[in-house]
Design a protein around this ligand. Structure first.
Ligand code: GDP
Ligand code: IMO
Ligand code: MG
Length: 427
């Protein structure tokens, strides 16, 4: 089997959607393995732009099997709206299957996400989509799975068990009116009926494909620095966004997974709160935001922008076992006189070479930069191979490869499919 895990190497929005769509051309199957509709993956095809939140970015090819794996949390209303909008644009969604083991984002999860965030002193800046509370219920064993959602009697009995405690929490702690069982059933059952034909044992499908030697892409959402274990906790999402999440979230054995492609921007962005040592709160940051159109795909929030953090990228390399890097949005750095890369952190008079585990320590770190010449006159946008790039951009790439020890096997210089070149086989 030839498979590749596509993982965000930073704080999300690295261009995973674009890279997945691109590589899907040569794949048989694309599997989303974690996260929910907190994700927003953009795919640009000619003059059409698709913003995918739950559906794998292989869906634009009618002959690729797309799977929403057990590790994903699904808001049925959002998924159906996404399916409808794709169908309305002439995209076939017949090739999509949903794991019966995936958890359902219920109406009370969305409400709880927003109430919890509002009451938090140190904000996380969640997307408010119910992601955290849904994963909390999964781990607490009070979640509802898609396989239960599509069986009306089962759903009713599970809700009878779960809802009273949810209402005690909503009413007692947040003075919210709570949810009536009938109301939830009336909302969920028509949605469930529409989803039911797509639901099944995707673990079997994925493992059959593995056994047949199919080419499979495991599409991650969010990024390593937002991973529940390896990210800048507590300013993280609630799932395993790093490569290890693929085995768990797709139901495929770790022994079958060997290639991991980390997607990283040529600089850094972050949406929401949390430490971000290289953040630029000045005109330079604004320039990156404008050139990179750095506004959230899901929430529209302006993304925080800053220089590339190579220390964080090296950490990401280690945690994910990256076998290659895809460097995206390189074109955004066109026109800069110089470009900076963070190669260490100054903390309390010492220089740290590794990313610290504690968010408050990272928050106090001052980046140590290596300044490289930019390419103020040159443009990367038309490059179709490494040698087409301005020599300073080539040096920038080589520096990142040397520092992280990972080859940059793919370079993206614009949102379109053809604004990309590959330097080594990936799938
Ligand atoms: P994802 O969540 O990792 O899939 O990334 P998003 O789709 O949220 O954000 C990436 C944004 O950058 C999208 O608007 C893409 O269309 C755009 N994009 C991807 N690659 C490039 C690139 O190389 N250059 C430019 N200028 N834009 C890109
Ligand atoms: P993609 O897949 C960027 C961030 C939120 C917030 C934190 C927790 O498009 O790269 P959550 O709603 O998940 O509980 O919010 O995580 N976040 C993302 N940031 N890209 C994403 O997804 C994100 N998904 C969640 O902004 O800081
Ligand atoms: Mg995104």
């Amino acid at each position: 089997m030839s498979s590749v895990i596509i993982v965000g190497a930073q704080w999300g929005d690295e261009g995973k959607g674009k890279i997945t769509d691109l590589l899907a051309r040569d794949a048989d199957m694309v599997v989303r393995y974690q996260g929910g509709n907190n994700a927003g993956h953009t795919v640009v095809v000619g003059s059409d732009t698709f913003k995918l939140h739950l559906i794998p970015s292989g869906i634009l090819y009618a002959d690729k099997q797309c799977i929403i794996g057990n590790g994903v949390v699904i808001d049925p209303e959002v998924l159906l709206a996404e399916l409808d909008s794709l169908r309305a644009r002439g995209i076939s969604v017949d090739n999509l299957r949903i794991s019966e083991r995936a958890h359902v984002i219920m109406p009370y999860h969305r409400v709880l996400d927003q109430l919890e965030e509002a009451s938090r002193e140190a904000k996380i800046g969640t997307t408010g989509r119910g992601i955290g509370p849904c994963y909390v219920d999964k781990v607490a064993r009070t979640g509802i799975r898609i396989g239960e959602l599509v069986e009306p009697e089962l759903l009713k009995s599970r809700l009878q068990e779960i809802l009273p405690a949810k209402n005690r929490l909503l009413r007692g702690v947040y003075q919210h009116e709570g949810f009536a069982l009938e109301h939830i059933l009336n909302t969920c059952l028509p949605l469930a009926e529409r989803l039911k034909p797509l639901v099944g044992d995707t673990t079997a499908l994925v493992n059959q494909a593995v056994a047949q030697g199919a080419k499979i892409i495991f599409e991650g959402a969010q990024g390593t620095l937002l991973d529940i274990d390896h990210g800048t906790y507590p300013f993280v999402t609630s799932s395993s966004a790093s490569s290890g999440g693929a085995a768990i979230g797709a139901g495929v054995p770790v022994t079958k997974l060997n290639n991991v492609l980390g997607v990283a921007k040529a600089y850094c962005t972050r949406v929401g709160e949390g430490p971000f040592p290289t953040e630029l709160k000045d005109a330079l940051g604004e320039r990156i935001r404008e050139r990179g159109r750095e506004f959230g795909t899901t929430t529209g929030r302006p993304r925080r922008c800053g220089w590339l953090d190579a220390v964080a990228l090296k950490y990401s390399t280690e945690v994910n076992g990256l076998t290659g890097l895809a460097l995206t949005l390189l074109d955004v750095l066109d026109g800069f006189e110089t470009v900076k890369i963070c190669v260490g952190y100054k903390y309390k008079g010492k220089v740290l070479e590794r990313m610290p585990a504690q968010a408050h320590v990272l928050g106090e770190c001052i980046p140590v930069y290596r300044e490289l010449p930019g390419w103020p006159e040159g443009s990367t946008r038309q490059a179709s191979c490494f040698d087409d790039l301005p020599v300073q951009a080539q040096d920038y790439i080589k520096f990142i490869e040397d520092f992280t020890g990972v080859p940059i096997v793919l370079v993206s210089v614009g949102p379109a499919r053809n604004q990309t070149f590959q330097r080594a086989p990936i799938l």
